[in-house]
Design a protein. Structure first.
Length: 95
């Protein structure tokens, strides 16, 4: 299952920087895959565009998430920025 269109152009610049400590209370999930290699391929594409993307989970579904933000408000601001670039997602508690 995926929430991100494979035809999506990700040429826009990355959203504002996440927490510099690498830890945060919230993150933005943009996709989930049953196959880890597919999730990793999306992460690689996002990283090339400057996003702080990662695969979350050790078994299916493998979730593709962007950033770690200390507040839900900051994560929602990034989500709005992503949606403006036609990247759908939702805010979740960071793992």
């Amino acid at each position: 299952m995926t929430f991100l269109s494979s035809s999506l152009s990700l040429s826009s610049s990355a959203p504002s920087s996440p927490s510099s400590s690498g830890e945060g209370g919230y993150t933005v999930q943009i996709a989930a895959y049953n196959v880890k290699s597919q999730a990793q391929a999306m992460v690689d594409k996002l990283k090339k565009r400057g996003y702080d993307a990662r695969v979350s989970g050790t078994s299916a579904p493998f979730r593709v998430r962007i950033g770690r933000y200390p507040t839900q408000a900051q994560a929602n601001a990034v989500l709005r920025s992503l949606k403006a670039k036609q990247i759908e997602g939702f805010v979740v508690k960071a793992e």
